[in-house]
Every structure is written in C-alpha cells, then in structure tokens.
Design a protein around this ligand. Structure first.
Ligand SMILES: [Cu+2]
Length: 175
C-alpha cells in the first residue's frame, strides 16, 4: 500500500513530509548529481583562490576551448538530464564537482549570471529566475540543494545559473 500511504501523508502532513525528505523509505527524494572536472591549479589561477576545490582533470584552457568549440563543456553536467518525479517529491541536487553550481527552476532554459559564459554557450538572455538568485541558492562543492516539493503535474526545467548548459528536464507525475 505504498502508494496510498504516500498520498495520505502528502495530503495530511506536508511539513512532516518535508522533514522526512532525506530519510530512506517511501519518502526518498529523487536525486541529481551536479558534476564538473575543474583542475584547481589552473582554475584558481585564472578565477581566484577557492574557485575549484576538488581535483578535476580539465584545465581552464581546455574548458574554454571546449566551450568555444561546442558551446558546452561535457564534464560540466547534471546527471541525469531527464528525470521523472511525483507531486510532493523533492529533488536533492548534490554538487559532486569542484566548483559552485546552482540548481534553479526556470520557466524556460536561458542564460545565467556570468555574461562571458552566456555568450560562449549561446545563451545570451539570462533566465529571469537566475537574475533573482541570492547567495543561498549557490550550491558549494560537496553541498546538497533540496528543491521545494513539486506541486503540479507537468514538465519543469532546472539549470545551473553559472554554467547554463547544465540542465535537467523534470517530468512531474501525479502521486
Ligand atoms: Cu554550474
């Protein structure tokens, strides 16, 4: 009776549901891995100390070359890029990379908050949701960002507001 129990819990105790979001069992959240392969020596030299805090294999020069060639850098990605969840379920976005990312819901995919990366990735118009971000929306390396529980059936879009090609499309189903 997992399904009906889940539904009742969502209907009757939404706050408890949120509190149980990271426990195991019927309330398990969906998860997305935010990934990059920044090389700390070259990224920190170019962008400042602390920009990259894990040992990745892509130098700053290689990052820019890949971005210029293909408008994205493959190692900077959300995994998976498509995901199905149910109403009431949250998504936990874990930053497994070395740079800061965001997991931001947008009405339509667009650019982020870094004009140079927007231009290089072919996303010249910043998504308005990225404009509205504050520091609490930044997800540092090693941190987890948990979305609000999904409320409506349909298709939703999440992107990184720093590297705007990092995207996941979420299909929200009825509970
Ligand atoms: Cu990012």
């Amino acid at each position: 009776m997992r399904r009906s129990y889940w539904f009742l819990s969502v209907a009757l105790a939404p706050l408890a549901f949120v509190a149980c979001g990271d426990s195991t069992g019927v309330f398990a959240d969906a998860s997305v891995s935010m990934q990059d392969e920044c090389d700390p020596a070259t990224f920190n030299a170019a962008l400042g100390p602390g920009t990259c805090v894990r040992q990745g294999k892509v130098t700053f020069g290689q990052f820019n070359s890949a971005l210029a060639a293909s408008k994205s850098v493959a190692e900077w990605q959300f995994v998976p890029t498509a995901l199905a969840v149910r109403v009431g379920q949250s998504i936990q976005a874990m930053n497994n990379g070395g740079e800061t990312h965001t997991f931001t819901q947008v009405a339509q995919f667009g650019g982020g908050m870094v004009p140079a990366l927007n231009a290089a990735s072919g996303n010249p118009i910043e998504a308005p949701e990225c404009t509205a971000l504050t520091s609490v929306d930044l997800v540092a390396a090693g941190s987890v960002f948990t979305t609000a529980p999904e409320t409506d059936v349909g298709t939703e879009h999440y992107q990184c507001c720093i590297h705007p090609w990092m995207r996941t499309t979420v299909t929200v189903m009825s509970p």
